[in-house]
Design a protein around this ligand. Structure first.
Ligand code: NAP
Length: 177
C-alpha cells in the first residue's frame, strides 16, 4: 500500500503560514493547535520537513524517524540518527518509505517542501488549522508555483471558543480519479 502523506499546517484567515522566517509557528497558534500538532507527531510513523522548518523540539515529541530535506552537504554527511538529512527526490523518498512498510507520514512544511510533494501528487490529505488572525506580511501557504489541485472537504471542527478551525481535506490526485 502506498504511503499516505498528510500535510499539517496552521495559517491565518488570509492564508499566511509564517509572519517571519525565523519565527516558529507556535508563537501565534492556539493551545488547541499545538496539542493537535503534538498528538499528530506522536502518532505518526515518520515525519518529513524542509530544512528551514525542522526544529530540534520534534525529536522530543516522537521516536519516529524525521526526514529533513536539504542540499547542504555538511548536513547530508551527518551520521544518520533519528534525524535523517536527505536530498532524495520526494517521489523517491515516498517510494523508499513505502517499501519499508510505513503507512503514514506527516509532512510539516514549509512552503517549498509542501509544494514539491503536492506537485508530484504525493500528498493524500491536508490538515489545516485556521487561526482567527489576519497578517499583512508573511509567507502564504502556496506561492509562486505551478499547482492546480481539487480538494474534498472531509471534516471541519471548531477547536475553541476563539474560533480556531481544524479543517481536513482529501487531495484529489489524478491517479486517484
Ligand atoms: N504555519 C505552519 O504550520 C508552518 C509549518 C512549518 C513551517 N512553517 C514556516 O515555513 C517557513 C519555512 O518554509 P520554506 O518554504 O522557506 O522552507 P522549507 O520548505 O521548510 O525548507 C526549504 C529547504 O528544504 C530543503 N529542500 C526542500 N526540498 C528539497 C529537495 N527536494 N531536495 C533537497 N532539499 C530540499 C532545502 O534546504 P537547503 O537550503 O538546506 O538545501 C530548502 O532550502 C518558516 O518560516 C516556518 O516557520 C510554518
Amino acid at each position: 500500500m502506498a504511503l499516505k502523506i498528510t500535510i499539517l499546517m496552521a495559517m491565518s484567515l488570509n492564508g499566511i503560514i509564517s509572519r517571519k522566517e525565523t519565527e516558529s509557528v507556535i508563537a501565534w497558534t492556539s493551545p488547541e493547535d499545538k496539542n493537535m500538532l503534538y498528538e499528530n507527531i506522536k502518532s505518526s510513523y515518520v515525519l518529513i520537513m524542509g530544512r528551514k522548518s525542522f526544529q530540534p523540539v520534534y525529536k522530543k515529541l516522537t521516536a519516529a524517524p524525521i526526514y529533513v530535506m536539504t542540499n547542504d552537504i555538511n548536513l547530508l554527511n551527518k551520521e544518520k540518527t533519528q534525524v535523517i538529512y536527505t536530498n532524495a527526490k520526494p517521489c523517491k523518498l515516498s517510494e523508499f518509505l513505502s517499501k519499508q512498510g510505513l503507512k503514514n507520514a506527516l509532512l510539516l512544511g514549509g512552503v517549498k517542501t509542501n509544494i514539491e510533494f503536492l506537485q508530484q501528487g504525493l500528498v493524500s490529505e491536508i490538515k489545516i488549522t485556521i487561526e482567527p488572525k489576519l497578517f499583512g506580511v508573511g509567507m502564504p501557504f502556496i506561492t509562486n508555483s505551478v499547482l492546480d489541485k481539487n480538494l474534498e472537504l472531509m471534516s471541519v471542527k471548531q477547536a475553541n471558543a476563539k474560533s480556531s478551525l481544524f479543517l481536513c481535506y482529501k487531495v484529489i490526485n489524478e491517479k486517484s480519479l
